[in-house]
Design a binder for this molecule. Sequence first.
Ligand code: RP5
Length: 167
Amino acid sequence: MGTTAAIILGSHSDWPTIEPCYHQLQEFEIDVEVQVLSAHRTPDKLREYVLSAEDRVGVFIAAAGMAAALPGAVAAYTIRPVIGIPVASAPLQGIDSLLSMVQMPPGVPVATVAIGSAGARNAAILAAQILAPSVPKLRDRLKNFKSKQAESVDKNCQALQERLRGG
Ligand code: RP5
């Protein structure tokens, strides 16, 4: 199985929301490729890309706003896992894209994360977890990530308690 993560954006306008996903993947030292391809605006190119990426890509991350058909369209062409990130494009603030992604018909799953940048970061972590069985070093990086995260919660808790004690 390929160990590259592919991020597909429905529009270049989705990038500011999705950038944290890219940086998180880089932190895990995962090879990433980024494409702007749309289920509605460039359907032929999307199909061509997904079919051609099958061998090198281990997980697809598809981000889109509005009537977000993109992750479902990607999932239609691949047996690799597909993670969908709903983007909060106006005026429905991402509820529209969340429902489009999460309500996939049975037989074509999309692992949908939270709307916006929190979801973008989680998509990268989930992608790392999906790739980890094929990349032994990734397991250590994920464990390290989790312990650093827990440490930072502890530190913040202590800082808060000191502030409350007037320290
Ligand atoms: C979706 O439509 C894109 O993913 C984007 O979130 C939204 C608006 O696209 P632009 O008009 O900004 O290109 O397909």
